[in-house]
Write a protein that binds this ligand. Structure first.
Ligand code: NAP
Length: 306
């Protein structure tokens, strides 16, 4: 598995992580098979969130992982907090501290390697977040911190009050969700792709050494389904198949290779719970698409260049 530097540190992390948002739909045994398939492919990084399956994903993970042979320190385990489903976003100190205690209990862990704030809270008080982070780190409950779905200004604002450097920003990115890169190629035009949707976070991340984590790498829309083998996307699937044949892998590997080909050293969050799909996705980390292949896929996904 390709390894990348984590944020501004010299620590290395795998270029793919296993996201457990969908683990609530699996048995403990099925979860173990998925975790083992990922681990054997070099994916020793887990991404979770307190809200996944209303907490059930983390419970299943805890039951599964605690019975496996993988040592705790060999797996980087991250979770997220800050969304109270259907009610509010909540970055209050009280909520963050309480949420971490619950995450640790559900996942049967003593500490998290990383805690990520899930979605910007309009009422965020950065100094209050800083207090929560300091307290969690001092108590040995969380090693590193990050954010998710933050734009550049929100990121800078929070960072300015923290004693820790933020390591991650988790953003949606796939062949069918390319806002982060469309903008740069449609600079100063008046068409739809020229809208700056993320305030150029990808460039900021490269300049300031923040790891961008790409969520939903095989999905179109927001969890509408996968574009892989989906009749709604014939051109894209034709192109994926052509390259899958060339590199002797499946389509997941090519869709993954497309994300990892970007020079920002993105970490991709694979959400599959199917060991075959996990293994095939991991093969994408070994493929370096040519520039032409990368652009052919971008265009086959329905994008255009000025
Ligand atoms: N920060 C955020 O706001 C945010 C939001 C969403 C997700 N996330 C994170 O990102 C992770 C990944 O998200 P995701 O699960 O949406 O990503 P994904 O990996 O794009 O999608 C996984 C889904 O696609 C299906 N799939 C993948 N390859 C397939 C194939 N070849 N044929 C048929 N179905 C296929 C999987 O089914 P199988 O299980 O059958 O393979 C699964 O249902 C999550 O687990 C979570 O950790 C973060």
């Amino acid at each position: 598995m390709k390894r990348i530097k984590m944020g501004c540190t010299t620590l290395s992390i795998p270029a793919m992580a296993l996201g457990i948002m969908r683990m609530n739909q699996k048995s403990v045994l099925e979860a173990q098979v998925a975790i083992q398939a990922a681990y054997d492919a070099g994916i020793n990084f887990i991404d979770s969130a307190d809200i996944y399956g209303g907490g059930k994903s983390e419970e299943i993970f805890g039951q599964a992982f605690s019975q496996m042979q993988i040592k705790r320190e060999e797996m980087f385990i991250q979770s997220k907090t800050g969304i109270v489903p259907g009610k509010r976003y909540d970055f209050s100190k009280e909520h963050i501290l309480h949420s971490v205690d619950e995450i640790l209990e559900r996942m049967q862990l003593d500490y998290l390697d990383s805690l990520v704030l899930h979605r910007p809270d309009a009422l965020m008080d950065p100094e209050e977040v800083a207090e929560a982070f300091d307290q969690l780190q001092a108590a040995g409950k969380v090693r590193f911190f990050g954010v998710s779905n933050f734009d550049t200004a929100q990121f800078k604002l929070l960072q300015s009050c923290l004693s820790q450097r933020l390591m991650f920003n988790q953003l949606q990115f796939s062949l069918k969700h390319t806002g982060m890169i469309d903008f740069g190629m449609h600079m100063n035009m008046v068409d739809k792709p020229s809208v700056d949707r993320d305030s150029q976070f990808l460039d900021y991340a490269r300049l300031h050494k923040v790891t961008v984590q790409a969520w939903s790498p095989f999905q179109y829309g927001m969890f509408e389904g996968t574009f892989i083998d989906n009749d709604g996307f014939p051109k894209l699937n034709q192109e994926l198949q052509k390259l899958a044949d060339k590199y002797e892998v499946g389509k997941n590997a090519i869709a993954a290779a497309w994300i990892l080909r970007h020079p920002a050293n993105i970490q991709m969050l694979v959400g599959s719970m199917n060991p075959q799909h996990i293994r095939d996705s991991a093969k994408g980390a070994k493929i370096r698409l040519t520039r032409q292949e990368w652009y052919d896929l971008y265009l086959a996904a329905g994008n255009y260049l000025p």
